[in-house]
Write a new protein. Structure first.
Length: 446
């Protein structure tokens, strides 16, 4: 009987070491955007949930990782008297450093930091983009300019490091920086690098030795900006990589290609993480719309179920995602479209059932956004306005239960300020950041 289960980076060894209330990587323990803790509030209290602590941090889009009693987060620091360009598309070189911070989850106090020189050349230069990956006493971080580190989780001591731009011969980094969240699978740290034969590179997690490389990417966006996942389908574990030319399936042990489904993506905007439900695989891009694939039962292969694309970014069909990763729940897809429309689609056809601006930007704004996380009582939505929202999503519509304002928008984008960092959900708390502070907010049921 056919079986297709989203594995993320879950394996036997990981399952025995990760606590249920950790958030050790991008989109959580199973890399699927589900918060599985129980005992959480069904409605936010009057006046908002209790803020347990606030600590200052620097700029960045990178979300935190939470493991045990520690938080790991990255940020950017500017020298005194230096500021980011007024135009976020301006790629002039700006002196800066990047930091990896380890904090006490109970009070936010600094335990250690690792800081390194990192002049910025990327567009939208707020700071690092990727969530740290934490496992087995190591923390792996990837900065916006391509600095990859393996650090001791207890001390911050460097175990090994790479520089993607220098080590793999790029004269410039991708326009919007290195944004693909690394994936830890067994003894391999799998990263999207970008270049001839190096769209995907696997490193040994303990030594940094390159284990294999795969796929070509030669344009200015390199490997794109999305994050790989692992699925089990057609009798094999498959590494799914969505890059600017195609959706590709690789053997995660060797990098050998199982299949490619061409899907040319304008401006390299493969941002949202691919989503899986049973034998269906879904991706969505800002300019190029959505693609639903069916994974074969008898071998590693895929076929197109439907593909939908609107006339342009504003006049869209189905779903054109920019920043937020959509969710598949039952027979519905929920996601955020190019101008902030929060939409519900029919999974089987891609037909739109409803849309609303309520949980994103409140009105039609380019790249309006909210991050979507499923939890025991429905959904937690984190809007670009800095609001935390509890809601129910169904084929019939969006029902808001309650909301509270957590953070001030600080990141300049499209003539407004936004919060574009995905929170972590652990210890019955939400850990959220803007470009000035990281806060811990309790959602524990009284």
């Amino acid at each position: 009987m056919f079986k297709s289960v989203l594995l993320g980076v879950i394996c036997v060894g990981l399952a025995t070491t990760v606590r249920a209330d950790d958030w050790p990587q991008w989109m959580g323990p199973q890399r699927d955007g589900v918060w599985r803790e129980t005992g959480l509030v069904e409605k936010l209290p009057e006046g908002g949930p209790p803020v347990l602590w606030r600590v200052p941090v620097g700029g960045g889009y990178a979300g935190p990782a939470v493991v045990g009693d520690r938080i790991y987060i990255t940020d950017k620091q500017l020298p005194e008297g230096t500021r980011n360009p007024d135009d976020p598309f301006d790629r002039k070189l700006t002196p800066a450093t990047e930091r990896v911070l380890c904090l006490n989850a109970a009070n936010g106090e600094l335990i250690w930091k690792h800081e390194y020189e990192c002049p910025y050349t990327v567009s939208y230069p707020a700071g690092p983009r990727t969530t740290p990956v934490v496992r087995d006493g190591r923390v792996y971080t990837l900065g916006a300019e391509g600095h990859l580190f393996c650090l001791e989780a207890d001390t911050g001591k460097v175990v090994w490091s790479k520089n993607f731009a220098k080590d793999y011969g790029r004269t410039t980094v991708p326009i919007w920086g290195y944004s693909s969240n690394p994936l830890l699978d067994g003894d391999k740290l799998i990263c999207l690098v970008g270049g001839p034969g190096t769209t995907v590179v696997a490193f040994h997690k303990e030594t940094g030795k390159e284990l294999w490389r795969a796929l070509d990417s030669a344009d200015r966006h390199g490997a794109g900006y999305g994050s790989p996942i692992i699925v089990e389908a057609g009798g094999a574990r498959q590494l799914i990589v969505w890059h600017p030319a195609a959706v590709s399936s690789l053997n995660p042990e060797s990098g050998a290609v199982y299949w490619n489904e061409p899907f040319e993506v304008r401006e390299g905007l493969t941002v949202a993480t691919p989503r899986v439900r049973d034998d269906l695989l879904f991706v969505s891009a800002l300019y190029d719309g959505s693609l639903l694939l069916k994974l074969a039962q008898d071998r590693p292969a895929a076929s197109v179920v439907w593909r939908r694309k609107g006339r342009n970014e504003r006049l869209t069909d189905a779903l054109h995602c920019m920043i937020s990763t959509p969710v598949i729940d039952g027979e519905q897809i929920y996601g955020v479209d190019s101008y902030g429309e929060f939409r519900c689609l029919d999974l089987a056809t891609g037909d739109r059932k409803w849309e609303t601006f309520a949980p994103t930007s409140g009105s039609s704004l380019r790249w309006g956004n909210a991050f979507i996380v499923k939890y025991e009582n429905g959904y937690v939505l984190c809007s670009e306005n800095g609001d935390l929202i509890l809601a129910q999503l169904s084929p019939e519509g969006y029902t808001e239960i309650s909301r509270a304002h957590l953070l001030e928008p600080t990141g300049p984008a499209q003539r407004r300020d936004v919060v574009w960092s995905h929170p972590a959900f652990a210890r019955k708390c939400v850990f959220a950041r803007n470009d000035k502070e990281l806060i811990c907010v309790s959602l524990a049921k009284p």
